[in-house]
Design a protein around this ligand. Structure first.
Ligand code: PGA
Length: 251
């Protein structure tokens, strides 16, 4: 059985003080990790505060990005090795904002996934189509292409532990959620792609999140779909009450 995983993606919001306050206000009301895994992915400058504040609680912590080298002359980058040393569990890679504004390619994302695994940090690999691609009815082809390129060369064991986030770009931060049917359809396609690339067991194990305007009002319906194992949540993860409503969606 796949454990549901709800991850906040704070993006470029919050400072260390706000991070500590936020975590202090939610840490005693999180579901048990065996029921629902609660994750917050924060900017690199907040990770130390996030990790310290989460100590002894059910909260898992994640970064929003990392580089595909672990050390050297790469000004401004974040090392996967140091994320591991800090006890960071997850790292988002390939978010559409990074692909668009920072020109990240599938090749970069694939290299990042490999280096993160080598350093015991679990990647949350994002994929998803633009509105233009969906309007041209090319979304499946697009997302399958991203998955094949991003996972290239990963082992079945790695992919079994991976998290994939399907985030249609037209639904991110727009208040326009994909319908639960549209989200399920693509998450199913992604699972079938993993099955084609690997095997049944790997496809059964990989956790697939939906992301794009997930909120406390729609989370339950989305999570009720057989191929949706979690949510990657931006805006609605920024307030403690809303975050708690998301992770406690089963109550
Ligand atoms: P949103 O962002 O929930 O604000 O739409 C989701 C994301 O970008 O991960």
């Amino acid at each position: 059985m796949r454990t549901p995983i709800i991850a906040g993606n704070w993006k470029l919001n919050m400072n260390p003080e706000q991070t500590a306050e936020f975590v202090a206000s939610i840490k005693n009301e999180l579901p048990e990790s065996s029921k629902v895994e609660s994750v917050i992915c924060a900017p690199a400058v907040d990770l130390d505060a996030l990790k310290k504040a989460a100590e002894g609680s059910e909260l898992h912590v994640g970064a929003e990005n990392a580089y595909f080298e672990t050390e050297g002359a790469f000004t401004g980058e974040t090392s996967p090795k140091v994320l591991n040393e800090m006890g960071i569990d997850y790292c988002i890679i390939g978010h559409s904002e990074r692909r668009e504004y920072f020109h990240e390619t599938d090749e970069d994302i694939n290299k990042k996934a490999k280096v993160l695994f080598a350093n015991n940090v679990t990647p949350i690999v994002c994929c998803g189509e633009s509105l233009e691609t969906r309007e041209a009815n090319k979304q499946e082809e697009w997302v399958v292409g991203q998955i094949k390129a991003d996972l290239d060369g990963l082992t079945a064991e790695q992919v079994s532990n991976l998290v994939i986030a399907y985030e249609p770009i037209w639904a991110i931060g727009t208040g326009k959620t994909a319908s639960s049917e549209q989200a399920e359809e693509m998450c199913k396609t992604i699972r079938e792609t993993v099955k084609d690339l690997y095997d049944d067991e790997t496809a059964e194990n990989v956790r697939i999140q939906y992301g794009g305007s997930v909120n406390p009002a729609n989370v339950k319906e989305l999570m009720g779909k057989p191929n949706i194992d979690g949510g990657l949540v931006g805006g609605a993860s920024l307030k403690p009450d809303s975050y708690l409503a998301l992770v406690n969606y089963q109550d």
